[in-house]
Design a protein around this ligand. Structure first.
Ligand SMILES: *Cc1c(COP(=O)(O)O)cnc(C)c1O
Length: 395
């Protein structure tokens, strides 16, 4: 074979692309749109795939530089040692639950949960032989009684749909006494408003789809925890596969750059809308932790000192029909699933976000039939209030 022969077209097209040398900073981390990474030798491959040396093997579970950059940033913002990224919030929750618990084990969970999480705990985990005990997370005596022997405690910082706030310090103390790992879904608060690891929580989870991404343009999840716990989650994900995609990690980093600004605006807009709704004659009740009438207002002031977030719920006078008619009457706000994006979204909780709960479970979660859930966006607050006033006129 001619040593100097120029490789053929196909070979040059396959092997010719090179990262150009660069010794300058760029404002964003490159997107490593790569499933696999080259090794110099078989020995290095063997050492890297066994985590005996640092490096990248395969993006599913083993790691990817863009995911690593996002994870390092998340760990810093949540004040944990490490973090691990997932394809969705549900993938993150499923992985934490199934890494901590297996057949014959028990999980203790608050019943005030995101609908998908409640359904996972009630319908899916039992199929794996994992028993879930639901205990009111505001009743610390009941939690203390349920914990011994459990493999995981699970709750939400600010819970769907009545925006209740749990006492993170008290709950983590109970978990530490019982030797039970504590996990909290911090999606509604975001790492800007609350850092549950400071109170001793072991796993801080996010649906990054919401405030972290912040623009309703991706699905992603992340868990912030110790390096040891990341290793456990990684071992599960290498086999189960729910990895975040590199583009999503990049979008999440772009979202995080403006998280503080957005959360300040979400919180200010929500407080202003909650105050407006509270005074409206056609509104029976407003649920927002920033209102003095909220049952956990004093706790929320301590635990969420930077703001009370962008989520609120309210009961339109007249029940189910009135709640639905209100949603059909808004024009600026959208009737839509999800939360944490730039535009204001509304939804009738019982028939949409909490459809997985039957009437009994809805009552247990304190969910009124006519409850409207609002993800308050970052629009001009006067325009949001005008839109809601118009829709309430039509009810
Ligand atoms: C949306 C959401 C989830 C699920 O996250 P996905 O990214 O949709 O899988 C979990 N918990 C809370 C509080 C959520 O709002």
């Amino acid at each position: 074979m001619d040593e100097d022969r120029r490789p053929g077209f196909a070979t040059r097209a396959v092997h010719g692309a090179r990262m150009p040398p660069i010794d300058q900073d760029a404002p964003s981390v490159p997107i490593f749109q790569s499933s696999t990474f080259r090794f110099e030798t078989s020995e290095r491959y063997a050492d890297t795939i066994s985590f005996r040396r640092p490096g990248y093997t395969y993006t599913r579970g083993y790691g990817n530089p863009t995911l690593a950059a996002f994870e390092t940033l998340m760990a810093d913002l949540e004040e944990t040692e490490s973090a691990f990224s997932f394809a969705s919030g549900m993938a993150a929750i499923h992985t934490v639950a199934t890494t901590c618990a297996g057949a014959g084990d028990r999980v203790v969970a608050s019943p005030e949960l995101y609908g998908g999480t409640f359904s996972l705990f009630r319908n899916v985990l039992p199929r794996y032989g994992i028993e879930v005990t639901f205990v009111d997370a505001h009743d610390h005596d009941a939690v203390g009684e349920a914990l011994p022997g459990a493999k995981l405690f699970y709750c939400e910082t600010i819970a769907n749909p009545n925006v209740t706030v749990v006492d993170l310090e008290a709950l983590s103390g109970l978990c530490q006494n019982a030797g039970v790992p504590a996990a909290v879904d911090n999606t509604f608060a975001s790492p800007y408003l609350c850092n549950p690891a400071r109170y001793g929580f072991d796993f801080v989870l996010h649906s990054a789809t919401k405030y972290i991404g912040g623009h309703s343009d991706l699905i992603a999840g992340v868990v912030c925890c110790s390096e040891r716990d990341v290793a456990g989650l990684r071992n599960t994900v290498i086999e189960t596969g729910a990895t975040m995609a590199p583009l999503e990690a990049w979008l999440c980093m772009r979202g995080l750059a403006t998280l503080e600004l957005r959360m300040q605006r979400h919180s200010a807009n929500a407080l202003s809308l909650a105050t407006f709704l509270e005074q409206h004659p056609k509104v029976d009740r407003v649920h927002y932790p920033g209102l003095a009438t909220h049952p956990h207002h004093a706790l929320a002031r301590r635990q969420l000192p930077m703001g009370f977030g962008g989520m609120l719920a309210f009961e339109v006078e007249g029940g189910v029909d009135a709640g639905r008619r209100f949603c059909d009457g808004v024009e600026l706000a959208w009737i839509a699933a999800s939360l944490g994006g730039t535009q204001t979204l509304v939804g009738h909780a019982a028939s949409t976000t909490h459809r997985q709960l039957d009437a009994q479970a809805r009552r247990a979660a304190g969910l009124a039939d006519g409850l409207v859930r609002v993800s308050v966006g970052i629009e001009d607050p006067d325009d949001i209030a005008a839109d809601f006033a118009r829709a309430l006129e039509k009810v």
